[in-house]
Structure formats: C-alpha cells, structure tokens
Design a protein around this ligand. Sequence first.
Ligand SMILES: C[S@@+](CC[C@H](N)C(=O)[O-])C[C@H]1O[C@@H](n2cnc3c(N)ncnc32)[C@H](O)[C@@H]1O
Length: 399
Amino acid sequence: MTTPPDFSLPIPSLKDQAKSTALIGYLRAQPMAAKLPFADYMQAVLYHPQWGYYGSGQVQFGAGGDFVTAPERSPLFTLGLVFEWQQAQAAGLGDEVLELGAGSGQLALDFLQETERRGCCPNRYLILEISPALRLRQQQRLRAVLSEPLFARLVWLDSMEQLLPNAPRQPCFAGGMLIANEVLDAMPITRFSWRPGQLDTVQEQRVACDGARFTWVSTEPSQRLLHALRFYADQWPPMSLPEAPVFAEINETLADWLAALNAALSQAAKPTWAYFFDYGGTSSEVYRPDRTDGTLRCHYRHLAHDDPFVYPGLQDITTWVDFEHTARLAAAIGFIVDGTRSQAAWLLGTDVPDQFTRLMNQAADRATSARIAQGFKELVMPTEMGERFRVLRLRVEPA
Ligand SMILES: C[S@@+](CC[C@H](N)C(=O)[O-])C[C@H]1O[C@@H](n2cnc3c(N)ncnc32)[C@H](O)[C@@H]1O
C-alpha cells in the first residue's frame, strides 16, 4: 500500500491488499504519474474494470458493506418513485424507465415488483451501468428473483452513446422517467485550492503517484478548470474571505455529460421526467468560504474519512453535488428545470406517508414494524438523509 494501513480503519484482507497494490502499480506507470489529474486518479480507483472499486465489483452495498444508499435503507424510497411514475403516466409521459448506475439492483427490483402489483409496469426498464462487474451482479440478482416476463422488460446499456440517436447497437429510449440515485457524487472531480470566487487564486491539486506515497501536488490550473469555475467568479465579496486559500472540488465534465444526456432523452418520442438524488446543496453551501477542506469524503466499511490515497480501489470516494450550478447548467443545455427539494420534503409530498401506514398495519410482528419505522426515519429525519440529501427534477420534451 502507498500509505501504511490506517489504524483507525479496518485492515483489508491480503487478497484485497494485493488488488490495491496492482492498482498502485498501474497508477505509477501512467505517463503523467508525477502530476496525475485527480479526475484521472478517481476514474482509475473507482472504475478500472480489473481493480477499480465499482469497475471490478469491489463495492458492497448495504449494512455489511461500506455505505447504505436510500433504496437499500428502505423500500419506501422506491415507493416514492413509483408514485412519481404513476403521476408521469397520468400526464402522458413515455412508458419507459431509465435508471443510471443501478448499484446492487435493489431499486430496479422493488420498482418492477411494485409496478407489477399495481398494474402499471413500464414497458421497458433500461439500466445504464458503466461498471461491467455491477452489470453482471444486477443481471444475476434480478434474473434470480423476478418472474421471466418481468425480467424480460430489463435492458442493460454500458455507455451513454448507446442511447444517442443513430448509435449502432442502441435500444433508443422511448421517454418516461429517469432515475439517478447517488450517481453524480460518484463522478470523477478536479480538486483545487482558491480564495472562493477569486479565479486568479486557483491552484489545481493533482496527485504525485511516482513516490513512495501518493501525495497532493499543487500546479497551475488548466484552462478547462478555470472555464468550469467561471460561474463562481466573484460570488463572495473578497473582504469576507479568509486570507489562506481553501480546498474545493468541481466536476469539469458535468456540462458535457448533461448535454449528452439531453441529446439522448430528447430523441425520445415522449417527454421524460429526470430525478437526480444526492447529497449536496446550493453553491454557497458547497463552496462556503469557511469550508476549508472541500467536501471530498471516502467510505470504507461504514467509516468516513477524507484521505483518497488510502486503500486505492478498496474504498468509495465521493463529493457533494452543487445542485444550484447543476440546475443552471441543465437549463443552459435545454432541460426544463422543475427545481430541487430536500429528500424529506419530496418523500412527504408523495403518498409515502400513506404507504408507510399501510406497511405498518400489515407488519406481521414487532421486529418487522420496527424495521419499517427505522427505514422511514432514516429517509426523512433531518439528522439522517432527510435534509442532507436533495432531489433535482429536470424535464425533457421531445426534440
Ligand atoms: C454510489 S453507487 C449508487 C448505486 C445505486 N444507485 C444506489 O442508490 O444504491 C453509484 C453507481 O453509479 C454508477 N455510475 C457511476 N458513474 C456513472 C455514469 N456516468 N453512468 C452510469 N452509471 C454510473 C456506479 O457504477 C454505481 O453503480
């Protein structure tokens, strides 16, 4: 390992250590190893098909893994989306669902079973998953659990290009609903230091992968980084800023990614409502001048810390989503922005409170009702996911 195992974290198995060592060797062999852009580092440690955390299927979701996402915490999250789906159908939207980054497949599973129960199954349920190992895991799990006709509604895609008009092997999306839970926060980002909003103070933070340990190295910012930060120029009055620069992160490729998504969705014959769930906030919350070390967080077996160089390929790396900026980019690209709200406000505005009561009344024993109540609490309580997680809804009309 580049860093000796951190005493505050569990020690990985010898097999996992060997996997991480192979990834370290791969990173050291990169042509730009002395100053590797952090986005390239993050791309490799999360998505390398052999050694990456998601790419190789190292990730374990849920209580026994590294972190728990909303659909893993409680089926009530997915019931909120089924409510939205029924609204979308009543409004004449397309009859397909497109899920981005389906993780363990839990949301797809609950969604298909519940819509079948209510007689409103999507015609097709497309999953765009960039991790080959997770695609396989989702396919195996859903094939084992779903009836054959329900499983036949599923289609897997491995890249956005497959959704674009005239793609060679594409099952074009017909419109309907797009769901992306905790996908934006898992995209590679660029790290930098600055006095917030002062573009002439920006320094890019790259990774020195060529020494005994991986470390941060400060470099001049690329034009691409300055371009991505343009929106934030002079948003905070200089006199209110601390003297010393602070660290922060930005997804430089977000605008291009949203543009490709918009092209894919607007070729559909029917409109689509797109839901992006993640933790994050407004620009001023994400880039608060007193936030000295950005929002980058790593998760290893339910322990959160901020060192992305520990256990490369064995831990998750995430950053907060700036929902205000994402919405602004989306509007400029051609999405219709319906707005953002907290996960709690969204869930409480659906029929989930009624569904909660129904499930509680049906619970066979105390242990089951305690589990349902706990799941609901975790989804909506401000101290849990309720306020820290937000949802952005975008709309796309056919071109
Ligand atoms: C944090 S996990 C969330 C999984 C799942 N949505 C959940 O809530 O449990 C991130 C997922 O997004 C996938 N992913 C990351 N970037 C993606 C992209 N650009 N397109 C599609 N999937 C992506 C990862 O492979 C992984 O399945």
